[in-house]
Design a protein around this ligand. Structure first.
Ligand SMILES: Cc1ncc(COP(=O)(O)O)c(C=O)c1O
Length: 436
């Protein structure tokens, strides 16, 4: 076969120069493993990009999508409907928090976030509180790459190249404190009081100008930061006190990553809006969405000043292939007991991850659910270089690792077993012993 010219494809979030000099090509995938184009088996330590929760090529999902494409390849979502989108919304209402029963569909997490921010603004305006327009995010937050998402997000590189972003945005302080919370399992002990930073922002701008606060319940892309104990509950209280919407960005936490349908369930805190994507379809067809509490939906329907209550939507909102993949994924999670598997294995997962403490360069390890972040000391003047080399060496040894800065982030498919967990961290340890 004629090898492809690698130049034409502009790869996302990738050093194109480095990759094209030394490509890592994936040919196929099944269950916990990829096969590289040179025929090697590679364990998926990251569920792709935190999305292939049911494992690769799950027969139920493959069958559902195959059937869907043969039956209804596309249906417009504006002014027309199809059963899949309604059925999926019914199913999500059953597993999402009690008051979150209305769902808007997108194609990605980024679009879910931008949709949620727009819904928050439109909702306040609709109820006669049109001055509530400010959006509050958090330092180190990741909410995708749309202009809304990077504006409320707090990762410098994702913001600094793209101009002045949305105006009227402010950020709370991040919760990372390795001196006090180093080598943590689950929620961290210290940092509850950082929720009060929202009060500082309210005092500065006045609540009458603030629409919503958005946070990841567990910050993922910045390098796995579980929240401090009680922090999310306190954010909820402050939002309630000031009539501010609380948005949980659950793009990585929903659909079993913490052993529950949502992180809201895991932490027992109910937000007003939840954004989700990834595990919804187990990554098989792109899809995301926004779940809103009844009061938001009802207010918009009762008070909208035009027949169309929300002037927002995508050509592919509720795409039939995506809804088929999502329904089959939700079935697979239940029938194969995948969330239970996470709960049964999360202690062993944490034990194996924390066994890497003491290896050279390892400065912190953080675990929660089926997630682990292993932080490495940065090489002087070259933040991220060491973890990047670990990622490349792990690929050679048959393990896919995700890196963000100098943190190795692990989030395997929820079908992983005990031996595979051991293998994953043993391989990582081997690599860490070799990478200088
Ligand atoms: C918390 C969070 N929000 C939003 C996104 C963006 O999702 P997508 O890449 O599907 O646009 C991500 C992606 O990793 C995420 O982790």
């Amino acid at each position: 076969m004629r090898p492809n010219n690698l130049e034409n494809y502009w790869m996302p979030f990738t050093s194109n120069r480095d990759f094209k000099a030394d490509p890592r090509m994936i040919a196929s995938a099944k269950g916990m493993y990829y096969k590289s184009s040179d025929g090697r088996q590679i364990m998926d330590g990251t569920a792709g990009l935190w999305c292939v929760n049911a494992g690769h090529a799950h027969p139920k999902i493959v069958e559902a999508v195959t059937k869907a494409v043969q039956t209804l390849d596309y249906a417009p979502g504006f002014n027309f409907g199809h059963d899949g989108a309604f059925e999926l919304s019914n199913r999500l209402a059953q597993i999402f928090p009690e008051n979150i029963n209305h769902f808007f569909f997108t194609n990605s997490g980024s679009e879910a976030v931008d949709s949620a921010l727009k819904i928050a603004l439109a909702y306040h305006r609709c109820r006669g509180k049109g001055t509530k327009t400010r959006l509050i995010g958090r330092e180190r937050g990741y909410h995708g790459v749309g202009f809304g998402g990077i504006s409320v997000g707090g990762l410098v590189k994702n913001r600094m190249y793209f101009g002045s972003l949305l105006n009227g945005v402010d950020h709370m302080r991040h919760t990372h404190n390795p001196d006090l919370n180093g080598f943590s399992r689950g929620e961290v002990e210290h940092g509850y009081e950082l929720a009060e930073d929202l009060e500082r922002i309210v005092a500065l701008h006045d609540a009458s100008n603030i629409a919503a606060v958005i946070v990841e319940p567990v910050a993922g892309s910045t390098g796995v930061l579980p929240p401090p104990k009680g922090y999310l509950k306190r954010l909820r209280e402050i939002c309630d006190a000031h009539d501010i919407l609380l948005i949980f960005d659950e793009v990585i936490t929903a659909f079993g990553r913490l052993g529950c349908a949502t992180a809201s369930d895991y932490f027992d805190v109910e937000p007003d809006i939840i954004t989700f994507a990834k595990g919804l379809t187990s990554g098989v067809v792109p899809m995301g969405g926004v779940g809103v509490k009844d009061e938001i939906y009802q207010t918009m329907l009762d008070n909208a000043d035009a027949p169309i209550e929300l002037f927002h939507g995508y050509t592919y909102s509720g795409h039939p292939l995506a809804t088929a993949a999502a329904l089959a994924s939700l079935d697979a999670y239940v029938e194969d007991g995948m969330f239970e598997n996470v709960n049964n294995l999360s202690e062993h997962w944490a034990d194996c991850a924390h066994a890497l403490k003491g290896l050279e360069h390892v400065t912190d390890i953080r675990t929660i659910g089926l997630v682990a972040g292993i932080e490495l000391a940065s090489r002087p003047g070259a933040v991220g270089a060491r973890a990047y080399d670990v990622m490349k060496a792990a690929w050679e040894k048959g393990l896919m690792v995700r890196v963000t800065g100098d943190v190795l982030a692990f989030s395997p498919p929820l079908i992983i077993n005990k031996q595979e967990i051991e293998q994953l961290f043993e391989t990582t340890a081997d690599v860490l012993r070799k990478v200088l």
